[in-house]
Design a binder for this molecule. Sequence first.
Ligand SMILES: *[C@@H]1O[C@H](CO)[C@@H](O)[C@H](O)[C@H]1NC(C)=O
Ligand SMILES: *[C@@H]1O[C@H](CO)[C@@H](O)[C@H](O)[C@H]1NC(C)=O
Ligand SMILES: *[C@@H]1O[C@H](CO)[C@@H](O)[C@H](O)[C@H]1NC(C)=O
Ligand SMILES: [Zn+2]
Length: 467
Amino acid sequence: MRSCFSLQSLLPLLWLSIPLTAISRSTLGRPGKSQPLIIDTFQDFDQNDLGFWHGTGEDLETEHEPGVMHLFPSDPDQNFHTQLNSQGCFSLSPWANQFLHVVFEGNREFTVSLNEHNTECNAARLPFPGTADSVQSSRYLLETAQPEKKGVGTHDAKSGSSSTQSMPEPGPQIDDLSQVHDTQHQAHGALRTGRLELYIPLSHFHVNLDRLISVSLNGFYTDEPIALHRIEIVPTVPAPSDENGNFTLPKKLPTGTLVLRCKRPNSFAFGIDDGQPQFAQEVMQILDDEKVRATFFVVASGLRDETTNFTEFYREMLSKGHQVALHSNTHPKLEKLQTLDEIDDEIIQSVETLRDELQIASRYFRPPFGTVGARLRQELAKYINNPTIVNWSVDVEDWLWANSDTPERQLDAFYRGVARGGNLAVMHYLHPSTVTYLRPFIHYVKNQGLQIMRVDQCLEDPTSPPV
Ligand SMILES: *[C@@H]1O[C@H](CO)[C@@H](O)[C@H](O)[C@H]1NC(C)=O
Ligand SMILES: *[C@@H]1O[C@H](CO)[C@@H](O)[C@H](O)[C@H]1NC(C)=O
Ligand SMILES: *[C@@H]1O[C@H](CO)[C@@H](O)[C@H](O)[C@H]1NC(C)=O
Ligand SMILES: [Zn+2]
């Protein structure tokens, strides 16, 4: 399993110096709220209109020209972030009842996230970002029927303050762009041209608006390219009209809660995912010896396979007070699945298998590969009441080192994560070396004065057993 998050790409760049900060201050210095807050018009390759970093994670291929950022996605973990502040937290609270407005062309199916910073507002601490809430772009799409030919990205600052009755700026002149694109990127699909806009109420993002770090796009499940023209906060939404297909805002769909860290003071949790049956008893023994409880995220198909003995094993683990929770049916990247039916099937079978094999219900779900997008979150919330989606802030990196010449780097990865403030781990018992390191992991955490417990306990879930 691969932990898909490239931290370097999100760290604020050091070139961000005083003059840029001055620019951003003058922009932010007038939260007039009737004026749009322009975040990004893609004038520069590596910074946005606020003077802060924008760029990609997970090797998302891009191409920049002044005013346009082309994205060539191939995986839902890939992401493009534009930061609201590279040196700390940013508060969008003054704009709380306004709208995130995105102007783009091409792929309509992706996830838009508002990313909350960690509690320290420090990009060197983990997790980073702290959490996020997400919406599915296509639900918020405004498409103008007859795009007129006009310069791309020339939607000027004044238009956002005009009345709700006014139409958005006419569509961009896209023919030239697509030619540039076609000749330079024949390896990718062609850009589907035509101006598209998203209007997303900030109230649809259930994050702490006082503590934000960035707006991002991710969750790409087709490889159709996107051309980004503008990201801003605007006070109004266009009134429904014939030209915009009678655009109306959709309702917020529940998306559960995404957690990457324990909440309870001085707590630490091991979230242990898929394993090999032959190491199961050894893992149980170590946890018994160390008198700690953990959370196991279990793949349903493995549980149903009698040759694994997993049903017997997890029954015993439950009786010993460990938590057993959901980890899909067959372990795909769920956000990469093309249809909601496929996502639903993974969720439903996962829930039913835990019920049938172990007689338990869990609302804790760990996404395979840590891959999370708006569709997965929405579908989880459809079938599970108030799901908690459990990512992590400490990665043992067994997927990277266990089969290498330097398996001990799993220890380094673990210590590094804890030193940076991580307190919710991901690991597997797929390799002998990882199982061998479980005891040193536990000792290290105990020596830090932290108390090891189940994920539900470390999140202070009132229905969890007492610590
Ligand atoms: C979940 O964690 C993985 C691994 O760190 C990361 O790739 C992904 O971006 C995280 N998702 C969110 C929404 O934080
Ligand atoms: C918009 O709504 C009006 C009034 O209900 C209707 O006549 C018109 O056909 C609709 N236009 C579109 C593009 O849906
Ligand atoms: C299956 O798991 C149970 C419960 O942990 C254990 O007692 C038993 O020895 C296991 N059987 C085999 C064949 O591993
Ligand atoms: Zn897994």
